[in-house]
Design a binder for this molecule. Structure first.
Ligand SMILES: *Cc1c(COP(=O)(O)O)cnc(C)c1O
Length: 383
């Protein structure tokens, strides 16, 4: 646990419930990725963490931002993103028109969307730069959330590509720059990811040639993994890719750039023993950090000891036992961690969950039970 994070948490009023974000971590991640993949365009996938401080750091450090909704488009605009890539299978006309005004590259996901974008661009007297999102026949990677090579609502089936490309070329207001091939999330295998990037480039060149489309852009999406339970790092130095002359390779990671920018802190409100198990009941829970419940794993925590105790009776305390970290919701599924050994844990201590900066707050069901929201603390760069 970095001391500046611990210090920020110690400064909070009890009962502590907060996300602490460190945007400098994101900037360092972008630098490391650029060093590993020289010349590759890096866009941050805003959906991983749309907190304005994180989006601002990403807009400053990356070549651009990848957005997938009107709300994210507005965030990217507010952050002065140098470049915007707009994807997602359910774009409205208003969102497409907004993207056109911002000069975004649109990842088009269907023939109907292609026609709507063409109409809007033509009416506005502009040209939309587009890539076609392709659901390839067999480009699966290890990891969770496979999105291609299977029936999904994302992109155009590879088999329909000739017709869709012909349509794109027949319509006004469209400039087809290449392909968007985002395929997976949370892949931890660098060799497999290198192979995926090489295959994306090979497939793109072959397909562009076959369909007579000059190839400028290959967007390989995100998917760099984070090991939540084991602490392994994605082996960045094993990533290799040779980008052909005249082609821009775009990657758009979210999880890997943002995960380590966040810590979730929750005070232990109660400690209890029922039917043979110890429970630390938290001010907080899965309505703030849903990922462990959604994925079915135990998210590790560290104990931040808090000396203050305001009650005139002995403090509930355990030592050398396994504890479940349960939340404040009235459901047995509100558990962040099961069976983690603690040396010492007392009511009033704070549990700190690291690696919660990506798909943490942003994917959680905040409204359930109407508890107050956590504090959001953004660490200063100079600290
Ligand atoms: C979610 C998403 C990403 C980011 O994926 P990560 O697994 O967070 O790296 C990138 N591109 C698209 C199109 C996405 O939907």
């Amino acid at each position: 646990m970095p001391e500046r994070v611990a210090a920020a948490v110690r400064g909070l009023a009890s009962p502590v419930c907060a996300y602490v974000y460190d945007p400098a971590v994101l900037a360092a991640r972008v630098a490391a990725l650029r060093a590993a993949l020289p010349g590759v365009t890096v866009c941050y996938a805003v959906k991983a963490n749309g907190h304005p401080a994180i989006v601002a750091a990403a807009a400053a450090a990356c070549d651009g931002l990848e957005v997938a909704s009107g709300g994210e488009l507005a965030l990217a605009e507010a952050a002065d993103a140098r470049r915007i890539v707009f994807g997602g299978p359910a774009k409205t006309d208003a969102e497409l028109a907004h993207a056109l005004r911002l000069g975004a590259t649109v990842n088009v996901e269907s023939p109907h969307e292609l026609r709507r974008l063409s109409l809007l661009a033509d009416r506005a007297g502009t040209t939309a730069t587009i890539t076609l999102r392709v659901n390839r026949a067999g480009a699966a990677l290890p990891g969770t959330h496979a999105m291609t090579g299977a029936p999904t609502p994302f992109g155009v089936d590879e088999a329909q590509l000739p017709e869709v490309v012909a349509l794109a070329r027949s319509l006004p207001g469209l400039d087809l720059a290449g392909w968007h091939l985002h395929a997976v999330s949370n892949n931890l295998d660098a060799a497999a990811h290198s192979a995926f990037l090489a295959e994306a480039l090979r497939w793109s060149a072959a397909t562009s040639k076959e369909l007579g489309v000059p190839l400028r852009t290959v967007n390989a999406g995100g998917g760099f993994g984070v090991d939540y339970t084991g602490g392994a790092a994605f082996p960045l130095d094993e990533l290799r890719v040779a980008v052909p002359e005249g082609v821009e390779l775009v990657v758009e990671p979210g999880r890997w750039l943002a995960a380590d920018t966040g810590w979730y802190a929750a005070e232990v409100l109660d400690l209890k023993h029922t039917h043979g198990r110890w429970f630390a009941v938290l001010r907080g829970g899965t309505h703030h950090f849903r990922l462990p419940a959604a994925w079915g794993y135990s998210h590790p925590f560290t104990v931040l000891p808090v000396e203050r105790w305001d009650y005139p009776w002995a403090r509930p305390e355990v030592g050398g036992v396994a504890v479940d970290a349960a939340g404040e919701l009235c459901t047995p599924r509100d558990v962040l961690t099961r069976g983690q050994e603690v040396d010492r844990l007392r009511a009033g201590d704070v549990l700190l969950f690291a690696r919660t900066g990506a798909y943490g707050w942003d994917i959680s069901h905040h409204g359930f039970l109407r508890h107050p929201q956590p504090d959001f603390v953004v660490l200063d760069r100079a600290e």
